[in-house]
Design a protein around this ligand. Structure first.
Ligand code: SF4
Length: 681
């Protein structure tokens, strides 16, 4: 880093939800791990090592910008804030508070997200959401409904005691590498079996005992068939089912009708492999599920997860060490952003329709809190320029990450005023009317909550460059203009203390208590670390039982024509989400600077495609061109690429038909035509 660098301090990696302890090695000029709460040996993946490279990048936003005569020009903070005050004031005066929408950020701190959601509510709207909507909203919805908490049921540490891991729709070897290397692999070496449910054979599959290469969109019949085998072969944990569940007889009657062989054929999985995997999971003393976006990012994502929860409940694998259902969260603070209420139907610590939560917030905040749930992120973009007139985008890049993104770009341009608060000139900045330069993770004090509910502290090691300000200072200045001086924002520790008063989830935690370790929620009085295993004896819902439920298959929303393939998207090790930060890291770009379309050799041959050919991928929503990577690692009928590169803009192809419960889009299933690019030219 530069002359702005202060003392290297113990912070947390800004990328994924693993939450590795990260600091700066000035001599070597790169990130190094410290022995954090998760990476206890100081291990990092390449993204953590390169995490400082965007901090001083030439593309850093160093001064506010405002749009004038169609172009962005440098401005003072007063000019930028004046523009926001006028635009938001006029929109709300004319159309009411729901004319405003706030994107919070699952890669920013709990404190910043808390302030964003409080600001929205102070203006009188629940129109606030974060990009959890795009990744695990369905997992959270299903788990919250059945168990009472939308989070990992177990801790990483106790999960190493499992006899079997079922990894469903996730590739932790690549996407959560420190969890894979430091928690899963040692257990696998000690004899734990791994069942991998994924349409692709990935680095995770290399370590698997059984691979179920499911057709995208057919997870429910596969999971139902596994549950049917569990019942058929007498592997139900009868005592657990009797004491901790309801609805068994109805589910058993439903599963009795499942034809396992037919389901295997429907889902594209070998029937014997399916039976063996189900037997392995069902007969294990302790079986732990890890679930990822392969299950959640469908228009039936909530039902997919409900089917998965049935398996865990039928076999008694909930509320005990080495078991449970454990969503591998994406961004470094996606868990925390939801916990602190940056969601349209939740306040800090509870649902918007829970009177006690409501009263707690209203009392602490001193204003009436709106009671009608707001719009979710994708719903809101559909209404930009209509009833939603102004938007504040904090640390997200919707011009790349939203589904059917060509449409979203048109909608961004149709707003009366788009404010983008970010650290680099992202693609969304190009649609902004006002740009506010914030602070990177390395310039930030605050807390983040990782995938296994551990709250850790980030510590600033540098000052923001130029006129850029730390996020809480930016948000405080905006709030002062929009709701007046009573909106206190007195630094991260004071905000965290307020959070602990408002939210029972964070009650009892403190900066001092977290120190250079972590505190995990729930955090009972007198605890030092927090609760590792949820739902022991009683579910977080307060009930001693959770229901078993019948889950029917839902056809994929994009019908796949004879000449079409199913596009599924995901991540790679070297880049992260929209790539706004990782594409600005020289090291990561050198490791992987372009995208490729993985296609099965049979599908490639039928289209005259050879490895390395430029191919055109198209559907009614859009078209992209990229190189073909011909590989048997992706199942026939399916193609795969990432969404990290704004060019090609892969989300022009993805659809925006939403899951009816979680309102998550179906990123994992888009019908596309794939042709050699030259053939069409
Ligand atoms: S595993 Fe995740 S948190 Fe750890 S260094 Fe890599 S990106 Fe950062």
């Amino acid at each position: 880093m530069s002359e702005r660098t202060n003392e290297p301090r113990e912070s947390v990696c800004p990328f994924c939800g693993v939450g590795c302890g990260l600091t700066y090695d000035a001599e070597r000029g790169k990130g190094v791990g410290w022995r954090g709460a998760v990476n206890t040996r100081g291990e990092l993946c390449p993204k953590g090592v390169a995490a400082f490279e965007h901090v001083d990048h030439a593309d850093r936003l160093r001064t506010p910008l405002i749009r004038e005569d169609g172009a962005l020009r440098e401005a003072t903070w007063d000019e930028a804030l004046d523009r926001i005050e006028t635009a938001f004031g006029e929109a709300i005066a004319r159309h009411g508070p729901d004319a405003a929408f706030f994107f919070a950020s699952s890669k920013c701190t709990n404190e910043a997200n808390y302030v964003v959601q409080k600001l929205a509510r102070a203006l009188g709207t629940n129109n606030v959401d974060n990009c959890a909507r795009l990744c695990h909203a369905s997992t959270v919805a299903a788990m919250a409904e059945r168990f009472g908490a939308g989070a990992m049921t177990n801790s990483l540490r106790d999960l190493t005691e499992a006899d079997v891991f079922l990894v469903a729709g996730a590739n932790p070897a690549v996407n959560h590498p420190v969890i894979f290397r430091s928690y899963l692999l040692p257990a696998l070496k000690a004899g734990t079996e791994l069942i991998h449910l994924d349409p692709r054979a990935t680095a995770t599959t290399d370590a698997a005992t059984h691979h179920l290469p499911v057709r995208p969109g057919f997870d429910i019949p596969l999971l139902n068939a596994m549950a049917a085998v569990v019942v058929e072969e007498g592997l139900v944990d009868e005592a657990f089912v009797r004491e901790r569940t309801t609805g068994f007889e109805a589910l058993r009657a439903f599963l009795d009708e499942v034809d396992v062989d037919a389901a295997a054929e429907q889902t594209g999985v070998d029937a014997e492999t399916l039976r063996t995997a189900a037997r392995s999971y069902g007969s294990a003393d302790r079986a732990a599920i890890f679930t990822g976006m392969g299950l959640s990012q469908h228009h039936c994502g909530t039902d997919n997860v409900h089917a998965l929860l049935n398996l865990a409940l039928l076999t008694g694998n909930v509320g005990t060490r080495g078991a449970g259902v454990n969503p591998l969260r994406g961004q470094n603070n996606v868990q925390g952003a939801g916990d602190v209420g940056a969601l349209p139907d939740r306040l800090p610590g509870g649902r918007i329709d829970d009177p006690a939560t409501h009263e707690r917030c209203a009392t602490e905040w001193g204003f009436d809190v709106p009671t009608t749930p707001g719009l979710t992120e994708v719903e809101a973009t559909h209404r930009f320029g209509e009833d939603v007139r102004v938007a504040y985008v904090f640390g997200e890049n919707p011009a790349v990450t939203e589904p059917n993104v060509s449409r979203v770009r048109e909608k961004l341009a149709s707003l009366d005023c788009l404010v983008v608060h970010d650290v680099v000139r992202s693609e969304t900045v190009e649609f902004a009317d006002v740009v506010l330069p914030g602070g990177t993770w390395a310039e930030t004090d605050g807390t983040v909550t990782n995938t296994d509910r551990q709250v850790q502290r980030m510590r600033a090691m540098a000052d923001p460059p130029g006129d850029a300000r730390r996020d809480l200072d930016v948000l405080g200045a905006v709030a002062e203009r929009l709701v007046g001086e009573g909106f206190a924002c007195d630094g991260p520790e004071a905000v965290f203390e307020e959070l602990t008063r408002v939210s029972a989830t964070y009650a009892g935690m403190s900066y001092d208590g977290i120190g250079t370790g972590s505190q995990r929620w729930p955090f009972p009085e007198g605890a030092t670390e927090g609760t590792a295993v949820l739902h022991e004896g009683t579910f977080a819902s307060g009930s001693t039982t959770a229901d078993l439920r019948i889950v029917e298959h839902v056809d994929p929303v994009d019908p796949v024509g004879d000449d079409e393939l199913v596009l599924t998207t995901g991540r790679i090790l070297e880049h992260y989400n929209s790539g706004a930060l990782t594409r600005r890291s020289g090291t990561l770009v050198r490791l992987r600077g372009t995208d490729a379309l993985q296609i099965h050799p049979g599908d490639a041959a039928r289209r005259g495609i050879e490895d390395g050919d430029r191919v055109r991928v198209a559907n009614d929503r859009g078209m992209v061109e990229l190189a073909a990577e011909v590989t048997p690692g992706v199942r026939s009928g399916t193609v795969f690429c990432t969404f990290h590169f704004a060019d090609p803009l892969v989300n022009t192809l993805t659809g925006d038909t939403l899951d009816p419960v979680a309102k998550i889009p179906p990123f994992k299933h888009s019908a596309v035509r794939v042709t050699v690019a030259a053939a069409d030219n």
